[in-house]
Design a protein around this ligand. Structure first.
Ligand code: ADP
Ligand code: MG
Length: 401
């Protein structure tokens, strides 16, 4: 089934609920990477230029279903206003009296930011009735729904999944661009196709390793992802992060060997006694991480090996930093992989909230890559071939739009 886009919607003079993913990294109230806000601008400006009245909604962090000022979207509304060149007013709640009053007062071309969706337990509830009740409230604020929060399309949440069942809907330009780019990793893939995986949410990402064996030609494994594999090979990983299950990693190694896919592990590791950045770092063989040390970055040999391997790829997907890049002394591996992608003629996709933030922090421009995805979990689940609730909900609805 096809997905309507906002180009197919008659939006003039209509009130639109725009579900964006504005879950940006914050340091207190300072936005450390505004990539997700910039990514929603094409859709937002198109709707406003076409005289729609737009209510922007998003989640931010995990406030746990109740209002918490630490997770207010106010800094996001301020940044959105800077990018738009005019202030973006903010409702004090999501579906309460403030939101209703402000929504009713919107004129064509006006924009309003609603407060954090996750201040309401209904947003993420697993109970269809509770979630549906919140979706009813959200839907009552608008006449049309536009889904553009690609980073949350893998979530069966009220604003992602249930509201589009209640309103005529379409996909925004970000979702369109993201799905178009990711499709190039699932159909008619140019080979060799190499995947680089790292990061810290290893257990979450394990399912995609299984489904990529058999699809990718080589899988390069760094960051926190490396340790369960090293442990599966019988090596001591010291105090390193061990998030994924070594038994599962062993099964992946066997599966890869059977299907002729190469899993490339880092031969060396930069280690220290703690991840605070004050303990002195040293480079050791990955097969000899001393007790009392933790691997915090892939080592220089690994960076060289990964770069050389990636140099012959024609398609590259990368998710997960190679080390604790937030500290400059552990950013070299991540920088080397970013540089390898930037130098490559391959079609390159960088996915993952922290990975995208990492390449920007390290000074790479988005246009150094084929595509920088705003979605970590969403892009991985897309590659796994899982049905994504937020995309399914945006498919054509028999012309009610
Ligand atoms: P993404 O958001 O791109 O999917 P993750 O959330 O899985 O990535 O992981 C990002 C985090 O991984 C970063 O904060 C980084 O510090 C951490 N990380 C990378 N390598 C290591 C490591 N060796 N040990 C501990 N944490 C690591
Ligand atoms: Mg992350």
């Amino acid at each position: 089934m096809a997905m309507k886009t906002i180009d197919d919607l008659n939006v003039r003079g209509r009130r639109i609920l725009l579900r964006a993913d504005l879950n940006v990294p914050l340091d207190g109230s300072r936005i450390t990477d505004d990539g997700k806000i910039r990514a929603c601008m094409p859709t937002l400006t198109s709707l406003l230029e076409r005289d729609a009245a737009v209510l922007v909604c998003s989640h931010l962090g995990r406030p746990g279903g109740a209002p918490d000022p630490a997770y207010s979207l106010a800094p996001v509304a301020a940044r959105l206003g800077e990018l738009l060149g005019r202030p973006v007013p903010m409702a004090a709640d999501t579906v309460g009296p403030s939101a209703h009053t402000a929504a009713a007062a919107l004129a064509p071309g006006d924009v309003l930011m609603l407060e954090n969706l996750r201040f309401n337990p209904g947003e993420t509830s697993k109970d269809d009735v509770i979630r549906g009740g919140f979706a009813d409230q959200l839907a009552s604020l608008a006449e049309l729904y536009v889904g553009d929060g690609f980073g949350t399309v893998h979530r069966r949440h009220a604003s992602v999944y249930d509201v589009p069942a209640r309103l005529p809907h379409a996909a925004g330009y970000l979702i369109q661009a993201e799905t178009a780019a990711l499709q190039r990793l699932t159909r008619h893939v140019a080979r060799p196709y190499m995947v680089v995986l790292g990061g810290a949410k290893v257990a979450d990402k394990f399912p995609v390793v299984g489904s990529l064996i058999g699809v990718a030609d080589q899988i390069l494994i760094g960051g926190g992802m490396a340790f369960p594999f090293l442990a599966a090979q019988g090596h001591d990983v010291g105090l390193s992060l061990l998030d994924g299950d070594p038994d599962t990693a062993r099964a992946f190694l066997d599966q890869a060997a059977r299907s002729g896919v190469e899993l490339v592990l880092p031969p060396d590791m930069t280690v220290a006694a703690g991840r605070g950045g004050t303990a002195p770092a040293e480079v050791v063989s990955s097969t000899a991480i001393p007790a009392g040390r933790m691997g915090l970055d892939i080592g220089p040999e690994s960076a060289k090996l990964f770069s050389a391997t990636l140099a012959v790829a024609r398609t590259i997907f990368w998710n997960g930093p190679m080390g604790v890049f937030e500290l400059p002394q552990y950013a070299d591996g991540t920088r080397a992989v970013a540089q390898a992608l930037a130098d490559s003629d391959a079609f390159t996709v960088v996915g993952g909230g922290d990975t995208a933030a990492a390449v920007r922090t390290l000074g790479f421009r988005d246009d150094a890559f084929g595509h920088v995805s705003t979605g970590g979990g969403a892009s991985l689940e897309y590659l796994e071939g899982k049905p994504l609730p937020g995309l399914a909900a945006l498919e054509d609805d028999g012309g009610t739009g």
